[in-house]
Design a binder for this molecule. Structure first.
Ligand SMILES: C[S@@+](CC[C@H](N)C(=O)[O-])C[C@H]1O[C@@H](n2cnc3c(N)ncnc32)[C@H](O)[C@@H]1O
Length: 166
């Protein structure tokens, strides 16, 4: 959904599912059913909690995980964005840790979240990090795009932030 050019050769799109034109009931009005078709065609089938890439592989990582925990299995929105199940805090923590691992020092991680059910503060607590900046958008400003930057030397950066050096 977020890719302007779905065939951009610079992008490796990963997801843990593939579906081809799955028809999903979306509701409807005036007695007319409304059916949507879902296509998800990742370049690689990957579980974001355990990625098959070496450390420090990418300059830019975009993490756009599911954000709904209450949603019917067959609801259009759940099919479109995926659903958080079970220990979702741990899953997001592990996913973020993997994104960080495969990010090159000096690289950027973009995290997208929608606060419709879970406030973003809970996510920062779950992953144990806070972004350096970001923005809200959408009709009720519930969608958040946040930016994390991986310094070349993380220890030095943390010391600097806590005022321990310099
Ligand atoms: C909000 S959508 C991302 C949409 C995507 N950014 C796009 O532009 O189309 C979240 C996606 O995460 C996928 N997902 C859920 N759990 C996953 C996991 N453990 N590993 C990889 N992908 C996962 C879902 O299948 C769903 O397609």
């Amino acid at each position: 959904m977020i890719h302007f050019d779905k065939n951009c050769p610079d992008v490796l799109f990963c997801d843990n599912r593939e579906c081809d034109g799955e028809a999903i009931w979306k509701g409807g009005s005036h007695g007319k059913p409304s059916v949507r078709h879902l296509d998800v065609h990742p370049d690689r089938i990957v579980d974001f909690t355990s990625m098959p890439f070496p450390d420090e592989s990418f300059w830019l990582v975009v993490f756009d995980p599911p954000h709904l925990k209450h949603c019917g299995e067959n609801a259009w929105i759940g099919k479109k964005y995926g659903i958080l199940k079970g220990a979702w805090r741990e899953m997001l923590r592990d996913g973020f840790r993997e994104c960080w691992r495969v990010l090159r020092p000096g690289g950027t991680l973009i995290f997208k979240w929608s606060e419709v059910q879970i406030p973003v503060g809970e996510i920062w607590n779950a992953i144990g990090r806070r972004p350096i900046f970001g923005t809200r958008c959408g009709k009720s400003a519930k969608t958040i795009w946040a930016t994390f930057w991986k310094p070349a030397n993380e220890e030095q950066m943390n010391d600097k932030q806590s005022g321990a050096t310099e």
